[in-house]
Design a protein. Structure first.
Length: 79
């Protein structure tokens, strides 16, 4: 089984949560257009001034997605 990686985009400031929610919409659009093997996305409010949007990809898809969407960071994804 291939590793799963969580690609993360950080948003900061008073509008961070709304921006992360909106960014997740674009991640879902990308998944639909590119037909990636996983369709796991989400957003999370870490504080009132810091939120993230994320997308989970397989190891083999990571470089393509990374180069196209330019996430700020990534982690191993554990369910």
């Amino acid at each position: 089984m291939e590793r799963k990686l969580k690609l993360i985009w950080d948003f900061r400031g008073p509008a961070a949560n709304k921006t992360a929610q909106h960014h997740e919409i674009h991640l879902k659009e990308y998944i639909s257009l590119e037909k990636t093997s996983l369709n796991i996305t989400g957003h999370q409010e870490l504080s009132d001034m810091h939120s993230i949007a994320y997308m989970v990809v397989t190891d083999s898809e990571m470089k393509t997605v990374r180069d196209t969407l330019k996430p700020h960071r990534g982690l191993l994804y554990e369910e």
